[in-house]
Design a binder for this molecule. Structure first.
Ligand SMILES: [Zn+2]
Length: 465
């Protein structure tokens, strides 16, 4: 994303670039069926996600009426039990549940905060697949995060701006809301005719019957739940095909002056493909809405969503997240620099590639910030210190500086090999900072623990490394 959430990329300020901006089971059997845990223990969002199963696919089918803000839908979730499961949770904020079944049989459920606690009629054996169907309705919600920013389902004057990092997705669909549980998605979304729904993946069909239009989008690559979107409203949608047959969908709110920046999208995709490896997904594009109250853009998978017409650096930032953030995703949220530091450095290398300021120049400009400016240098990017600080400017700036310092330490050949290897080895996966350090040491043949300790973990300006 953009900060104060610029990717969350937000208001950019001058040189610095951004920021500101059970049941029981089978009675007779001796099997021990136990409940799945209510969370996965993330240090910042311990209740996000749930234990005991792994989702393979979400089929989200709903209607939404902006005039009443009512969402009425059915979520069909295909999952596999990872333990002998007596009971499990989904994450869902608000809504009335109309029906709930597991493998076709009605299931008992209760609500506890963001947990939808489901007890199937029979225990689920480890390793077996099962299907949960949730019928739900209500007004989807806006979620306020620890840093005061908003996410989830944010109503706009003509529809909704839909962003879920880090915890907004359960505001509009039942999910195993943890970046570790990636899945494929289908979206079948019905809105009043004249509106356009922009979800992830490829547009399969759009059908108008009477005064309602149904959009079907298919996202066939693994996706973390927080990267889903269903941003809707009035949009001018341009569908094209980029090099290699990649479908591109660029949607712009017709009330905004489109400008020329979006025309750079194909070149940006081509450039990052040349240094990071093949573009990871089945589609690309951009969703440009008027959502100033949100104040940041987000790298929703296959098509980032922008709260206003982006500048070139922001467009490049969000597109680079397709490799670093969306395809290669953190395991736990304190490692957010693995997304934002990489995307900020990607802005710099795009600038350098175009003969504008080099990444070294960006680094030097920021490095001139005095050590006494603790708001610039802390918290250290590898340890934000809590969920209220995960989109702090240092995560972006010092994160990007860490990469540029590494580049200058190990040289371009090893550095670019490292980035391409990181993207390729971890495609569609989840990663940690120690894994990145280990790969950097392997590729460069250098011992880098102290280097990364200084750059990522010490709460002060690095002075020698
Ligand atoms: Zn970002």
């Amino acid at each position: 994303m953009g900060r104060t959430r610029s990717c969350r990329i937000a208001l950019r300020a001058g040189v610095v670039g951004l920021v500101l901006v059970g049941l029981t089971a089978t009675p007779a059997a001796a099997q021990e069926f136990t409940p799945g845990s209510p969370g996965l223990g993330d240090p910042y969002f311990p209740l996000a996600g749930n234990g005991g199963y792994d989702v393979g696919h979400y089929a989200l089918d709903f209607s939404y009426d902006p005039s009443t803000r009512q969402l009425d839908g059915t979520a069909t979730i295909s999952a596999t039990a990872t333990q002998d499961l007596s009971r499990f949770d989904l994450d869902l904020r608000g809504f009335d549940i109309d029906s709930l079944s597991v493998n076709g049989a009605p299931a008992i459920f209760t609500r506890d905060g963001q947990e939808l606690v489901i007890t199937p009629a029979a225990g689920l054996l480890a390793g077996t697949s099962f299907t949960v169907v949730v019928g739900y309705q209500g007004v989807p919600s806006v979620v306020t995060d620890p840093d005061g920013s908003i996410e989830g389902w944010v109503p706009t004057d003509d529809g909704a701006f839909v962003v879920g990092e880090p915890q907004g997705s359960p505001a509009w669909y039942p999910a195993n809301d943890n970046p570790r549980d990636k899945a494929t998605y289908d979206f079948t979304i019905t809105v009043p005719a004249g509106l356009t729904v922009m979800a992830n993946g490829v547009l399969d069909s759009r059908t108008t019957v009477g005064d309602q239009t149904t959009f079907v989008w298919r996202a066939i690559s693994p996706m973390a739940p927080y990267l889903a979107t269903a941003t809707l409203g009035r949009f001018d949608l341009t569908e094209t095909t980029l090099a290699g047959g990649l479908p591109s969908y660029v949607a712009v709110d017709p009330t905004l002056a489109k400008g020329n920046v979006l025309r750079k999208l194909p070149d940006i995709v081509e450039f990052y493909s040349s240094i990071y490896g093949p573009y990871p997904f089945e589609a690309v594009g951009a969703i440009v809405d008027d959502a100033k109250e949100v104040g940041y853009s987000l790298e929703t998978q296959t098509k980032p969503v922008f709260y206003r017409v982006p500048d070139e650096a922001t467009l490049a930032h969000e597109i680079s997240h397709m490799w670093f953030g969306d395809s290669v995703t953190l395991t736990e949220w304190p490692d957010i620099w693995l997304h934002e530091g990489f995307a900020t450095w990607s802005e710099w290398i795009w600038s350098e590639h175009n003969g504008q300021k080099s990444a070294h120049h960006w680094f030097k400009t920021l490095y001139n910030t005095p050590a006494q400016d603790t708001a610039f240098w802390t918290p250290p990017p590898g340890d934000p210190g809590g969920p209220a600080f995960m989109f702090n400017g240092t995560i972006y700036n010092r994160g990007a500086m860490t990469l540029q310092a590494l580049r200058e330490k190990i040289g371009d050949t090893d550095f670019f090999e490292l980035l391409a290897e990181w993207a390729s080895q971890n495609r569609y996966g989840n990663v940690t900072t120690p894994e990145f350090i280990a790969l950097a040491e392997k590729v460069s043949g250098q011992e880098l623990n102290e280097f990364f300790d200084i750059w990522l973990y010490r709460p002060e300006k690095p002075t020698s490394w």
